[in-house]
Write a protein that binds this ligand. Structure first.
Ligand code: ADP
Ligand code: MG
Length: 454
């Protein structure tokens, strides 16, 4: 796709040329048409992929048409977590609105009030702000939001992490209800999703593949579970197998993480919870405990675990699969760091199958199915679509069979190495390749091996 295919105003097209952009990035070519069509949008994409222009360009395009409302207040507002980001975005707006006669400015904390007040009194089309200072001005009744047409929450997850949630919702509440709202975030899960549900109207959703190379160092397997209780048993089996050195377990909710950490402690597995309701200090402390080996496992929600860099996490366990497929890649990226091989285990319950197929689509491969003897699921995998009947299913099945036989053959040949690879010997960082021949304990497991399904 070319920029000219995006149907932006000629003035904006020439500003794009002036900025030296030759082709839209993926997020731009996918987001811009949605925003131009007037839909709300929630989107995630890796950093550095051009998200700013993805919202600035269509917003500017909208501002080129005259406002239906009189007054001086801003028509577009971007909220962003930090002062640096706000200034950076404002520069981007300036650059892309060259020749468009659109006035823009920024309002951030740590700066003098007077110039900001002066700016708010004059005509202002495009405003970029941090929530705290903007709220300040709002409370002094210095801001007129009556003309707002488009609200952008940039780095929404970070704004939430930084405690701006109340400010953001208060600001949004002061705006016309018929506005268009866009949300950009590294993740579209957890608290961000809640905010999106609150502030966006039937949004379109874009989540673009994150770092696709990373997961190649990571061995990914999944176990089919009939229920939550079954998942719990599978989890305990793995944690007690002696194969796991340090692990990070992901749950969908904060409460889930708390409960799980407690349940594991009862089973004498040294564990702790890590989630966004804990103070930053407490979070740091728990991460340190895992780093130093004072605990074996951390049960976390996505928000708290982001950016976590502990070199020797041997296993990531998805107790609940993430709602957004892209988060799967972020999660498993917590293991296999610094070129050590990592393992990612997903427990797939009845509610997880759709998520799994999204994940497989994103990573472009099937996650290997495994079964633990004595903990087999009672049901088969659900069919992909309830509509697919008769022949397609039969065909799918036969394909599955061939895959299965191929897999069994392969497994037979490489059973020992497969066992090594799943860390039969207790894991030591970076040492699995050199791991010694099976000990007595693993031998007995080798005679009763973990069965591989298709
Ligand atoms: P993100 O918000 O996704 O982290 P930015 O919007 O800050 O990324 O963009 C990252 C860099 O890429 C910026 O320097 C920006 O000027 C540049 N950029 C954005 N879009 C394009 C494009 N279509 N072609 C070339 N460079 C681009
Ligand atoms: Mg950005």
């Amino acid at each position: 796709m070319e920029f000219k295919d995006l149907k932006l105003d000629a003035r904006i097209q020439s500003a794009i040329l002036g900025a030296g952009f030759t082709k839209p990035t993926e997020i731009q070519s996918r987001a811009i048409p949605i925003v131009l069509a007037g839909s709300d949008l929630m989107a995630s994409a890796q950093t550095g992929t051009g998200k700013t222009a993805a919202f600035v360009l269509p917003a500017l395009n909208r501002l080129l048409k005259a406002s239906k409302k009189s007054g001086n207040g801003p028509r577009a507002l971007v909220l962003t977590p930090t002062r640096e980001l706000a200034l950076q975005i404002n520069q981007h707006v300036r650059q892309l609105s060259r020749g468009s006669k659109i006035s823009s400015g920024s309002i951030v904390g740590g700066m003098a009030y007077h110039p900001q007040l002066k700016m708010l009194r004059g005509r202002l089309d495009f405003l970029v702000a941090t929530p705290g200072r903007l709220l300040d001005h709002m409370e002094q009744r210095k801001v007129d939001f009556s003309r707002i047409e488009i609200l952008v929450l940039d780095e929404a997850d970070r704004m939430l992490d930084m405690g701006f949630i109340d400010a953001v919702t208060e600001i949004a509440a002061a705006m016309p209800k018929d506005r268009q709202t866009l949300l950009f975030s590294a993740t579209l899960e957890g608290p961000v999703l809640k905010v999106a549900n609150q502030l966006l109207k039937s949004p379109k959703r874009l989540s673009l593949a994150a770092n696709n190379q990373r997961h190649q160092l990571i061995q990914q397997v999944m176990y089919h579970a009939d229920s939550k209780a079954h998942k719990q048993k599978l989890l305990e089996f793995h944690l007690k197998s002696g194969r796991i050195f340090k692990s990070l377990i992901f749950t969908a909710t904060k409460r889930g993480a708390e409960q799980m950490a407690r349940a594991l402690q009862v089973k004498e597995i040294k564990s702790a919870a890590l989630h966004g309701d804990m103070s930053q200090n407490k979070r740091r402390q728990m991460v340190e405990n895992l780093r130093k080996g004072r605990i074996e496992t951390l049960v976390a929600t996505d928000v708290a675990a982001r950016g976590l860099d502990i070199k020797d996490i041997s296993h990531v366990i998805n107790f609940d699969l993430p709602t957004v497929a892209e988060d799967y890649i972020h999660r498993i990226g917590r293991t296999g760091r610094a070129s050590a091989t990592g393992y990612a285990i997903s427990l797939v319950g009845p509610a997880d199958w759709n998520k799994l197929s999204q994940i497989e689509k994103l990573i472009g491969e099937k996650v290997k199915r495994e079964i633990v003897d004595g903990l087999e699921p009672t049901s088969g995998e659900p069919r992909k679509t309830p509509k697919a009947r008769a022949r397609p299913v039969a065909r799918a099945k036969s394909r599955l069979k061939t895959a299965k036989t191929a897999q069994t053959k392969k497994t037979k040949k490489s059973k020992m190495s497969a066992n090594d690879a799943s860390g039969a010997a207790p894991y030591k960082p970076g040492s699995w390749r050199k791991s010694k021949p099976a000990t007595k304990r693993t031998k007995s497991r080798a005679t009763k091996p973990t069965r591989k399904a298709a």
